[in-house]
Design a protein around this ligand. Structure first.
Ligand SMILES: *Cc1c(COP(=O)(O)O)cnc(C)c1O
Length: 418
């Protein structure tokens, strides 16, 4: 047994018929490993969120746009958002039909609107000027817009995406202007959407924002959908037994709000949510290898191949990810110590876990970064001309399958004009 410190992944049988050391030997590190069963169960959690029949869950693939994962999400009956033509393209490749895709645009050019219009997907705009641009290109067309009710919520200011200090949405005082442009270009308003921020662990702000968007919705007669946004949080501190978001309580309260609204509105219009993180975060563990350990002026450093080109969340948002330790010979560590786990990028800020008490870590150990399925690979880069990692899926039958190969040096030079 080579699991040294692995309570979370062991309990979930995360690695199926393999173990992390075998996987790292077979596929190399850094390596993103995903578990199909967990992914499917998270899809089902949210599909069952509310007791209202015209309810759809739009996965937000910016959290993780791997083609095979998108196919699984689709097979669970979810739909999908897109933030760019690239996401529209990949979503279609995964089998989503145009009408199952909502393009939530933000500061795009006419070419992107044209791309989305030709693709036949639903489109939402993010400002009055973009509404006007759309109207000129596609008079008589259908459109949705993103509201900014004036407050937001999120785990970090960079991901608080509504409120008076963010670039997102159309403010309340601009609604008359929206109505004027809709009329001028004979546009049909099919929906309104919002997304107040990412990673809430209690439902309060989400419910409040739902109340808000519902009161805005009443100002428009013939909506086809209302999209309440994503942001559903997951417990990143599982080793400290952090509680889960209580979907049951949230779901019951949301259902109540929606049923009341629908009876007043007089039409069972579609309600959507657009979760990213909740669907994929917990189905991913990032594996990396320890290549060096050292003391540097009283700090113990663990040097790994987990640079911030692979997982940027800790550096970008000060995010916490629990760390597990797997060891080939299985010899237990006898002491715990405070360590700083760092990567191989030439920057002092390249820290994946800062000053953590962990069982002693040795060279050759494999580390697992938990809950890295969301905003992991999708935010990875070739910074320092490093290769982006491979991705492996632990299938429902427990067997691993490569679902994206590691970059090669050729990938890095592909766009040079030689
Ligand atoms: C990022 C994003 C989401 C998904 O956010 P999560 O916190 O991952 O659930 C949903 N909607 C919009 C508009 C987004 O930009």
């Amino acid at each position: 047994m080579n699991y040294i410190y692995s309570a979370v992944s062991s309990e979930k049988k995360f690695f199926g018929n393999s173990d992390p050391v075998q996987l790292s030997e077979k596929y190399g590190t850094p390596l993103y490993v995903y578990n199909e069963n967990i992914l499917r169960s998270r899809c089902r959690d949210l599909k069952g969120l509310i007791s209202y029949s015209n309810f759809t869950v739009n996965f937000s693939p910016k959290a993780n746009g791997n083609l095979e994962l998108l196919k699984i999400v689709r097979s669970e009956g979810l739909r999908v958002d897109a933030m760019s033509p690239g996401e529209i393209y990949v979503n279609k490749m995964a089998g989503f039909k145009p009408e199952e895709i909502l393009f939530i645009s933000n500061n795009v050019g006419e070419d992107e609107f044209r791309y989305a219009i030709n693709a036949g997907v639903k489109i939402s705009v993010d400002s009055v000027s973009q509404l006007e641009m759309y109207g000129k290109i596609n008079p008589g067309g259908k459109i949705a817009f993103r509201v900014n009710p004036g407050f937001g919520a999120g785990h970090h200011e960079k991901v608080t995406t509504a409120g008076q200090n963010t670039k997102f949405g159309i403010e309340m005082s601009s609604i008359p202007e929206v109505k004027r442009i809709l009329k001028e270009y004979n546009l049909k308003l099919i929906g309104i959407n919002q997304h107040i921020g990412s990673l809430f662990m209690e439902g309060g702000a989400y419910l409040q924002s739902t109340g808000n968007i519902l009161s805005i919705a009443k100002q428009f007669e013939d909506l086809e959908f209302i999209d309440l946004g994503g942001g559903f949080g997951i417990p990143y501190r599982k080793q400290a037994n952090q509680a889960r978001l209580d979907l049951k309580i949230l779901g019951n309260k949301l259902s109540e709000l929606i049923h009341t609204f629908v009876s007043e509105y007089g039409k069972t219009i579609e309600f959507k949510i657009e979760p990213g993180r909740y669907i994929v975060a917990e189905s991913g563990i990032l594996l990396g290898k320890v290549y060096a350990t050292k003391m540097n002026y009283d700090i113990k450093y663990i040097g790994t191949d987990l640079g911030f080109n692979v997982l940027v969340r800790p550096v970008m948002y000060d995010s916490h990810h629990d760390i597990e330790i797997y060891r080939k010979n299985g010899t237990p560590s006898i002491k715990e110590e405070s360590v700083r786990i760092v990567g191989n990028i030439c920057e002092t800020g390249d820290i994946i876990a800062k000053d953590r008490m962990l069982p002693e870590i040795f060279e050759e150990d494999i580390l697992g970064v938990l809950d890295s399925g969301a905003y992991g690979y999708s935010m990875s880069s070739n910074y320092n001309n490093r290769l982006r990692p491979a991705e492996v899926l632990i299938q429902a039958d427990g067997n691993p399958r490569l679902i994206r190969r590691r970059d090669t040096l050729d990938d890095i030079v592909r766009n040079f004009i030689i």
